[in-house]
Unconditional design. Structure first.
Length: 303
């Protein structure tokens, strides 16, 4: 048999019985699986305290300290019934209303004052603007505890202790440097051509701010509103200093009523109130999370 015939026979045999192909595993698929597993583990670790809190609301008070596990041995809804009845003669809805009032007014004050201050720093030229802006940023380095005593003395002399004024008034004075800085960065990325065109048409700073700047910085305003609401709702030290009457307590301070150092602490009711206090924050975040991501990721307009 000739060499040509042998080659033809091998070729024909290869076509009739092709060699099995090895399955190639894409490297990208392996990386995706690994990252997915890492994300699942990380999410489980982060959410475990919240899951533990939810299940613990159904534990009797006597079971705390004896059953460190997740599932209660004797589930009960008495904790919720006890909490809904109120404490010290004050209904639970009163504490929710107090927290909501403080948080809403704080959000309004933060948005109004921070937006105006940010516009002044970003668009108005005046002597010392750089120094004032640096001084404002420098206040971020000051811990709240540094100004507690002088601020408390000032409000005490004004006879404003046991009111909500010390908690709300600073929000209307642009004292939150973080929000001012955030909005300044958005305004600086808005082309100045819009301001100049409006100024040619006879618009002043007030008209430019409300008609041009304010609609364009909506992502920054929404982000500031979310953070201001969450921080104010969870604030404990401020109300602890300035609010003395139990009927004026917001939720973080009302939690103290369920734990008395001189008597027995009701851990079941405390956990139930903590979960109920957390619900508005969760709902608020879920509803506005899209705007939060947009506000953090957006850098305004670039021209």
């Amino acid at each position: 048999m000739s060499t040509i015939e042998v080659d033809r026979a091998e070729l024909l045999e290869g076509q009739l019985n092709p060699a099995p192909k090895r399955k190639k595993v894409k490297r990208g698929t392996v990386n995706t699986v690994i990252w997915f597993a890492v994300l699942i583990v990380t999410t489980a670790v982060i959410l475990y305290p919240l899951v533990w809190l939810v299940f613990s609301t159904f534990k009797p008070s006597a079971e705390f300290g004896q059953n460190p596990g997740l599932i209660p041995d004797n589930p009960t809804i008495n904790n919720y019934l006890k909490v809904l009845d109120g404490i010290a003669g004050i209904p639970l809805w009163r504490f929710f209303a107090n927290s909501l009032l403080i948080a809403v007014l704080a959000v309004i004050g933060v948005l109004a004052s921070s937006a105006l201050a940010a516009y002044a720093f970003a668009r108005i030229k005046f002597k010392g603007v750089g120094i004032f802006f640096a001084a404002m940023i420098g206040t971020l380095l000051l811990p709240f505890h540094v100004i507690i005593i002088p601020q408390y003395i000032m409000f005490q002399k004004l006879d404003l202790i046991d009111t909500y004024v010390p908690l709300i008034l600073p929000k209307f004075l642009a004292t939150e440097a973080f929000f001012v800085f955030l909005i300044v960065q958005f305004i600086r990325n808005i082309p100045r051509d819009m301001d100049e065109a409006a100024r040619i048409d006879g618009a002043g700073h007030i008209r430019i701010f409300f008609s041009i700047i304010l609609p364009l910085i909506r992502p920054a305003l929404i982000t500031s509103a979310i953070f201001a609401f969450i921080w104010t709702w969870n604030d404990f030290l401020g109300p602890l200093l300035y609010v003395n009457s139990p009927e004026k307590y917001p939720l973080p301070i009302a939690l103290r009523l369920y734990n008395d150092a001189t008597s027995t602490s009701d851990y079941g009711a405390t956990v139930a109130v903590s979960f109920l206090a957390l619900l508005p924050i969760l709902i608020f975040f879920i509803v506005f999370q899209r705007f939060l991501v947009e506000g953090v990721a957006t850098q305004g307009l670039k021209g």
